[in-house]
Design a protein. Structure first.
Lengths: 680, 230, 193
């Protein structure tokens, strides 16, 4: 007899496992459609690689893993992709998320990846790659991408298969053991091969499954896989608890089993890996327990991943009208789904549909009487009572000092609490709050660094400007001195040189606007480019069939033509001003003409300033009118295209209209005042 | 006196002289002690001179760094300095909200106060700036206003907000001459969702009705509801 | 040897300065909301108590008594205590600005802590010699620290607990201190002092 240790605490809720074991494991009927969320695993969500309308077969990759820490999604039925949108995705929050919806075509055709022959001799790297290709994630409930787990950083001495299934009602692994014990053993052998043949291979299984134990022992005869029976206690199926039971070792706080050279895998995952390697099948179905007094039949079914609960529960005789609750998961760690139109995920091991008598609503929480029962049962040897007080007070520092993040959220403490306090809710909420505070701190540190860098930049720019100005003054002084000594005909006026420099800048600006050194060449180029674009658009419009596209292209065409007009006009203006500038920079330039130009500009500015307010307002109104016109055009366009920026554009238009109203009001006020002045 | 002249310095005489000048002696003694202790303290104050103020850094770490100025100070560092000097109260930061007030109270050992409504209210949802690019005229005024350089652009070229760096301080909205900047709410991704705290026991007890605890107090019969028909 | 042991046990447990003699209650109630500040405060007070006790003994023995200035005892002891406190204030400010900010006004208030003056005067009453005075002051400090830290740890838990509204804050603190005081009365008779 192999020694079995014990872990601290634990509870013994009523097992309720017999209901779902009365009928044997069978396949669920093919669903009419499946909803495949892009995120059914720990890590980055997968990225869809099919489009609406594509025909897919079972086993076909429809979403690629995004980066290293991710898993792919495969179609679980054959049919057509009917939508890629936000749907209910069995998330605890009840919020929708992105999913790929496939309508079944009834044919159920599948594609497979090339099976690997002689997989027990194959390179582990190749096998791990195949696991990744098949999109396998931990089927026990966590959903960790298996290909990452099978590539540990340190050597694995002990491989433990988690057959405990300690949570009441759930019998999925039990059914698997009874029905396919050889597959389980072969899968485990394959895992052992991938991990470089660990010294110990153990299957931990609770003693309330005698038939499964016998079947496994028979199938494992002759291999070095040991089937170890552990006493029934919740939560002996927790990873750290099972390790403690089978090896007596405790995983240190904040560390992983891999640090101890131990790896724990779910038996369903082992079988999935076997099927992926030996039969080339991607992960498209799983065994799920459907149980509850509100179901006509409680049974274990092999369901396609993505099957909505409504479909499969109706098949099992659920009266959705009278359903009290639909719980995804078991009674200890599951969560209720507000909308049963939600899919089975890779990690859904149980669907519990209890009656009110079976799983009554929780009673209201009463004050804590400090009995300490919670600390007696905590498998992680934490102090749930203290965590409760600190969680209520939102005291993050003390929560972390009391190892909040070592809590496995098993629910044993809430189970025994005589005051019905929902302890695990407090811990989940506190963990979320602490994670959010950490995120905010990182963001604010980043913002502070950016602020400091920006201040440095502004300072540096100011200094550079100062330096440049000083250099320019210096250069001007030198040039003045130089030219003064040189020519006697030119009246030595620094003004002229500055003006000449200004004119030169204007000319340079004009040529820069045209885009290249030689202004005329670039003007020609740009005009040509615009004309080509217009031609292109015209041809596209005539070739296009759909109306919507046509409208869009038509508006683009209008834009392009307007742009061309504007550019040509601007060009002529620039040419004019350039000519003017050229004329004014004649070597024997009369300084008077330059100063005359300056005078003119000054006069214009003065006139602008002296203009009576009414005229200014009129000008503003005119320009506003033009902008409103443009804005309303754009809004109309956005409306026909139902573009995303519609709201923003409408806001802008609103603001412009308000400004116009203001200006008009002010103008009418002024007019009144002037009238009053005339008629005292 | 003349007869016991020889015993002029007897203890009794000493006591008399002492008692005559007692005030003087007491004053001298105390002054001497005071000078001695003063010297010791003077030496100590030179040896233990404190430079700078690391507390300001610690306070600044807790502030959200939006540099929005809603607290009345031109940035988070000046506000931190004011708190350290005792000039400003800890409840003036709306972007930091209740969480920041709590952590400041923890650090400084003062009581938690509610957010001062005069300086703004805590925003329900985080917002970031969005520039309507069709209307942008490329004036760079918003770029100059942004305290964390979260707006990408240059003169006469398109300006756009880098959403991941924008802190939502809305300092860019004012300077824009064509009013093309909106503050839009940011959607929180599902990966950042978390549960809420359950209602406190006090709330639960306060909201309890007859029948919640004692079944026979229940006014309506709830058997059969939610159970499988037949 | 037993005498020193007696003094120590006496000051720490039997005649605890805070809970039995009810001296030094101001920092006891004021700094006991957080455990870290309580630890800092108790270290500061122990330091002050020991040093002030020794210096007071020296001043008394070599300045006051030779010149028959016993009536200046109170004022000169206060002078000594104020100096020692100012010195420790500067030291704390230099070495731990956070603790300095957390303790805040309570550091200079050690000057007015009746336990410090009490220790100095009690040394005179009990005619302790130099070494005994030092030990007496140190023992008083240890007793103060013990009780302050215990009380702070309890208060941290009481703050987050479900206290009825009229009792929250200092009220339940006082009641707790009273109960602790009752407990410490159990040490009476441990040492015949």
């Amino acid at each position: 007899m192999r020694k079995v240790w014990d872990f601290h605490g634990g509870v013994h809720p009523p097992e309720n496992k017999s209901q779902s074991l009365q009928s044997p494991l069978r396949e669920a009927p093919l669903p009419t459609y499946v909803v495949l969320p892009l995120s059914m695993h720990v890590g980055a969500p997968a990225i869809a690689c099919v489009a609406v309308g594509d025909k897919v077969k079972r086993g076909q990759l429809i979403a690629e893993p995004s980066g290293a820490f991710s898993a792919g999604i495969h179609a679980s039925i054959s049919g057509e992709v009917s939508a890629i949108e936000d749907r209910q995705i069995s998330h605890p929050s009840g919020n929708p998320g992105p999913a790929i919806i496939i309508q079944s075509d009834g044919a159920d055709e599948s594609v497979t990846i090339e099976p690997i022959a002689n997989y027990m001799q194959a390179e582990p790297d190749l096998l791990v790659k195949r696991v990744r290709q098949a999109g396998i994630a931990g089927l026990g409930g966590a959903g960790f991408p298996t290909h990452i787990k099978l590539n540990p950083l340190s050597k694995v001495d002990t491989l433990i298969i988690n057959g405990a299934e300690c949570e009441p009602y759930i019998t999925a692994d039990h059914a698997l053991f009874k029905t396919f014990p050889e597959k389980v053993i072969q899968g485990i052998e394959l895992l052992a091969h991938i991990l470089g043949n660990p010294k110990q291979i153990l299957i931990g299984i609770e003693d309330n499954k005698p038939d499964a134990i016998d079947a496994l022992k028979q199938a494992a005869a002759g291999t070095n896989i040991e089937v170890v029976t552990v006493p029934t206690k919740y939560p002996s199926g927790g990873e750290k608890q099972l390790i403690q039971l089978l090896t007596g070792l405790e995983v240190p706080s904040g560390k992983l089993p891999a640090n101890l050279g131990i790896m724990v895998q779910n038996p369903g995952t082992a079988v999935a890996v076997l099927e992926a390697v030996a039969e080339g099948k991607a992960l498209t179905s799983r065994i799920t327990t459907f149980v509850g007094q509100n179901l006509k039949e409680s049974v274990n079914l092999e369901v396609r991943i993505g099957t909505t609960l409504t479909e499969v529960l109706t098949h099992l005789g659920l009266d959705l009208e009278h359903a009290h609750k639909v719980v995804l998961g078991g009674p200890m760690m599951g969560f209720a789904m507000p909308d049963p139109n939600t899919p089975i995920l890779k990690i859904s091991n149980c669907v519990l549909v209890p009656s009110k008598l079976e799983l009554p609503d929780p009673e209201p929480a009463q004050p804590c009487i400090r009995c300490g029962s919670c600390a007696e049962v905590c498998p992680a040897q934490l102090l749930p009572q203290q965590l409760f007080w600190f969680a209520q007070a939102e005291d993050h520092e003390n929560l972390q000092n009391h190892n909040l993040f070592d809590c496995i959220e098993c629910g044993a403490c809430s189970f025994v609490c005589p005051s019905n306090i929902p302890l695990v809710q407090y811990y989940r909420a506190s963990k979320g709050a602490i994670r959010e505070a950490d995120r905010e701190r990182i963001a604010s540190d980043r913002a502070r660094r950016r602020f400091e860098v920006r201040n440095l930049r502004v300072e540096r720019e100011a200094q550079e400007r100062e330096a440049k100005r000083a250099a320019r003054m210096q250069a001007a002084k030198e040039k003045q001195a130089h030219s003064a000594s040189q020519s006697a005909e030119k009246s030595p006026s620094s003004d002229e040189d500055l003006v000449a420099a200004a004119m030169a800048r204007v000319k340079a600006q004009a040529s820069a606007d045209s885009g290249s050194a030689s202004s005329e060449q670039s003007v020609q180029n740009k005009t040509q480019a615009l004309q080509e674009r217009i031609e292109n658009l015209k041809s596209k419009i005539s070739a296009c069939e759909q109306n919507k596209e046509q409208n869009r292209l038509a508006s683009e065409l209008a834009n392009a033509e307007a742009q061309l007009e504007r550019f040509q006009k601007q060009n002529s203006e620039t040419a004019e001003s350039a000519a003017v500038a050229k004329a004014e920079i004649q070597p024997n330039a009369d300084p008077d003409s330059a100063s005359a130009a300056i005078e003119r500009a000054k006069a214009k500015a003065r006139a602008q300033a002296d203009m009576p307010e009414a005229e200014k307002l009129q000008q503003t109104l005119d320009s506003l009118e033009k902008r409103i016109e443009k804005a309303s055009e754009r809004v109309k366009q956005a409306r026909t295209e139902s573009s995303d920026t519609l709201v923003a554009l409408e806001n802008g238009l609103q603001k412009l209209l308000e400004k116009k109203a203001e200006a008009q009001a002010r103008l009418s006020e002024l007019k009144e005042e002037s009238k009053e002045q005339e008629n005292p | 006196m003349p007869l016991w002249g020889l015993a002029a310095w007897s203890p009794y005489k000493k006591m008399e002289i002492f008692l005559e000048h007692i005030v003087l002696i007491a004053v001298l003694t105390l002054t001497g002690l005071a000078i001695l202790f003063g010297a010791i303290l003077g030496a100590a104050s030179v040896k233990f001179k404190v430079e700078g103020d690391p507390l300001v850094e610690q306070i600044d770490t807790l502030l959200p760094q939006t540099q929005c100025g809603q607290c009345g100070y031109p940035g988070c560092k000046p506000y931190a300095t004011a708190i350290a000097d005792g000039k400003a109260d800890i409840n003036r930061c709306p972007p930091g909200g209740h969480a920041t007030i709590q952590s400041l109270a923890d650090l400084l050992g003062v009581e938690v106060k509610p957010l001062d409504a005069e300086h703004g209210v805590e925003a329900e949802v985080k917002t970031v700036a969005y520039i309507r690019e069709d209307e942008c005229i490329g004036c760079t005024k918003c770029i100059q206003a942004c305290p964390v350089d979260a707006i990408l652009g240059a003169a006469k070229l398109m300006h756009t907000v880098v959403v991941s760096e924008c802190t939502g301080c809305d300092l860019c909205v004012e300077p824009c001459p064509v009013d093309c900047i909106d503050m839009l709410p940011v959607e929180q991704p599902l990966s950042e969702w978390s549960w809420n705290l359950p209602p406190s026991t006090r709330e639960v007890l306060g909201n309890m009705k007859a029948g919640d605890l004692i079944g026979s107090d229940r006014s309506d019969s709830s058997s059969g509801k939610g159970d499988r028909a037949a | 040897m037993t005498e020193l042991f007696t003094i120590l046990i006496g000051t720490v447990l039997v005649n605890n300065f805070v809970l039995v003699q009810f001296l030094g209650l101001c920092p006891f109630m004021g700094v006991s909301t957080k455990l870290e500040s309580a630890i800092g405060m108790s270290a500061a007070t122990t330091f002050v108590l020991t040093l002030a006790s020794v210096c007071s003994y020296l001043v008394n023995a070599y300045v006051l008594e030779p010149f028959n200035l016993e009536f200046l005892r109170t004022i000169s002891f206060i002078l000594v205590i104020a100096t020692v406190v100012s010195f420790s204030k500067m030291y704390i400010e230099k070495t731990s600005p956070v603790l300095y900010r957390v303790l805040g006004i309570y550091i200079p208030l050690i000057t007015t802590n009746c336990a410090v003056l009490g220790v100095a005067l009690l040394n005179v009453t009990k005619s302790h010699n130099f070494f005994q005075s030092g030990l007496y002051g140190f023992g008083a400090g240890v007793g103060f620290s013990l009780v302050l830290i215990l009380f702070a740890a309890m208060r941290e838990r009481i703050t987050v607990a479900d206290t009825p509204a009229p009792f929250r804050g200092a009220a339940i603190g006082m009641i707790t201190a009273g109960l602790m005081s009752l407990a410490f009365m159990g040490f009476g008779g441990l040492v015949a002092l």
